[in-house]
Design a protein around this ligand. Sequence first.
Ligand SMILES: Nc1ncnc2c1ncn2[C@@H]1O[C@H](COP(=O)(O)OP(=O)(O)OP(=O)(O)O)[C@@H](O)[C@H]1O
Ligand SMILES: [Mg+2]
Length: 236
Amino acid sequence: MADLLAVTDLCAGYGPAMVLHGVSLSVEAGGIGVVLGRNGVGKTTLIRALMGINPAQSGSIALAGRDITRTPPEAIARAGVGLVPQGRRLFPSLTVREHLTVAARPALPGRPGWTIDRVLRLLPRLGERLDHRGAMLSGGEQTMVAIARALVGNPRLMLLDEPTEGLSPAIVHDVTDILRTLRDEGVAILLVEQNLAMAMKLATRVHVLAKGRVAYAGEAAPLRASPALMARLLGV
Ligand SMILES: Nc1ncnc2c1ncn2[C@@H]1O[C@H](COP(=O)(O)OP(=O)(O)OP(=O)(O)O)[C@@H](O)[C@H]1O
Ligand SMILES: [Mg+2]
């Protein structure tokens, strides 16, 4: 399948402090790309660079064949990239309904729309929490709101930065099911995860970041089958 996201030799960081030293990776349309890597290796920096929050110093980012390198975050969102940031980043004083209303965006031409009603059918528990404020929600509920908020923006690619951090196994299972459904509905996914078992279940392609570069890119199975490689790249 054609690549929806193609990242080539991406260098990015914080001012003069470079974190990514030439990252290349891709996510195919209809696929789930996973990014693994030890703490502090630059996974969130990569997500921020893809969203245009930390612009690329060099290299390129293409979405559906269109160059989006150094495009501002708002334009990247309009082009069809949704973000579930690390830590969820909800507004404590806004209700669930307000989070969704503020983020809603019409569907891209030719794609079925994710209206708030349709998103609530996928995430029915949120329907019972519409008037609850961000600060009143459990971690699992916050994660569902963050996913719903990204989805009502009608992305063709969703970036998720450790969505299962701090969640119970039952909620991790729910998030896994939701991501599978999204993939089946045609939303491509780039998932940053520390939960190896979950990531390996979903991945169509795995990328391991180390020393600011992609140290492994390929299918999940060979990585899973090599404890030595896993230990070297991930310390597990
Ligand atoms: N705002 C910032 N300014 C300067 N350096 C930063 C900033 N945020 C992160 N860094 C540095 O960039 C490097 C990569 O951080 P990043 O948050 O991308 O790692 P990560 O792989 O997402 O880690 P984790 O698994 O803990 O979320 C780290 O050395 C970190 O200290
Ligand atoms: Mg991070």
